[in-house]
Design a protein around this ligand. Structure first.
Ligand SMILES: *Cc1c(COP(=O)(O)O)cnc(C)c1O
Length: 342
């Protein structure tokens, strides 16, 4: 029996040989004392790639987002966020539990928070209301299909916040997927935001780690909040070493994952009973509607044929391509799916 083809997420990717070698030979120190040279180097490189003054290495994207909201806001404020944004929908309620925020979830068609919709959600200065404290955008937008939102649209929405003195946090877990898909420097996508979080542990294949970037002042305060959450790691250079290799070697190849996702989407679209919007497939995700058939049935049937995917609702599943899924694997997935749907 062949190893299963795992399309549940790009987080299942294993570190490359080069990463493992870099981890084994990394120069280390105690990062809570600021003495891990490898973490420092990663934070410098990450800040530069994100076009910000400074960056902070965090264990997970979820912690990066939590640290960001803790640093930008005060308890009792409101955060404007897309209704299916990861930070609102998939981070265990951290906005409320950790940061004491009230969420103002807004419709976010195709991953876009429209400027006028954001403008209308801003709270006037009135004792009845919580104060609006933060605008959070997401790019690529995961639940909208991994769609890459162009810089012009991010700028337009962020501009509403800027005019109203509101900080902007960008959850760009897959920042480099968006940049590669749009053919732009990631800095174009991050420039409109005050802070940005991106992950090394997804399509970039590092085993662990994410970064939060922003001004030097913001990151200094974020460092304190990371410590508070228990994210002050010691010889974290052993992880940062893999992250540096990820940024050096794994960004350009994301185009392959996108092409494979496109091939998968087009193949799935031809099968009866599956609803695929191939045009919304812009990065490495393919969301598929299962019509009246339960998503769990498709998940189980594919699993029996050596293909792992996730159900993301009663009638929706998600396929995610990554380094460990090549074009031949895509063909095998399509064969398996056609046996079920045929
Ligand atoms: C994966 C993801 C996160 C969280 O990252 P973890 O490292 O899994 O905690 C945040 N936002 C988006 C959009 C994601 O896809």
């Amino acid at each position: 029996m062949q190893r299963p083809i795992d399309l549940r997420s790009d987080t299942v990717t294993l570190p490359t040989e080069q990463m493992l070698r870099a981890m084994a030979t990394a120069e280390l120190g105690d990062d809570v004392y600021g003495e891990d040279p490898t973490v420092r180097r990663l934070e410098e490189v990450a800040a530069q790639r994100a076009g910000k003054e400074a960056a902070l290495f965090v264990p997970t994207g979820t912690m990066g987002n939590a640290v960001a909201v803790l640093t930008h806001t005060r308890r009792g404020q409101e955060i404007i966020v897309g209704v299916d944004a990861h930070i609102y929908d998939a981070e265990a309620g951290g906005l409320a539990v950790l940061a004491g925020l009230l969420a103002r979830p807004l419709e976010c068609p195709c991953g876009r928070l429209e400027p006028a919709v954001v403008e209308a959600a801003l709270r006037p200065d009135d004792v009845h209301f919580a104060r609006t404290g933060l605008l959070c955008l997401e790019n690529p937008h995961n639940a909208a299909g991994g769609v890459a939102v162009p810089a012009t649209e991010i700028r337009a929405t962020a501009e509403v916040a800027r005019r109203n003195g509101l900080p902007v946090h960008l959850d760009a877990a897959r920042l480099f997927n968006a940049a590669v898909a749009l053919g732009v420097d990631p800095v174009e996508l991050t420039a409109p935001a005050d802070s940005v979080m991106f992950c090394l542990s997804k399509g970039l294949c590092a085993p662990v780690g994410s970064l939060l970037a922003g001004t030097a002042e913001f990151i200094a305060e974020a460092r304190r909040n990371r410590k508070m959450l228990g994210g002050g790691m010691r010889q974290a250079g052993v992880l940062a070493a893999a992250g540096l290799v990820a940024l050096e070697t794994m960004v350009d190849r994301l185009a392959e994952d996108h092409a494979n996702a496109q091939a998968l989407a087009q193949g799935l679209a031809e099968l009866p009973g599956l609803e695929v919007d191939a045009e919304s497939v812009q990065t490495n995700m393919v969301y598929v509607g299962t019509g009246l058939a339960p998503a769990a049935g498709l998940v189980e049937a594919l699993k029996a044929r050596g293909v792992l995917i996730n159900a993301v609702g009663a009638g929706r599943v998600r396929f995610v391509t990554h380094k460990d899924v090549d074009r031949e694997a895509v063909a095998r997935v399509l064969t398996a799916a056609s046996e079920i749907q045929g």
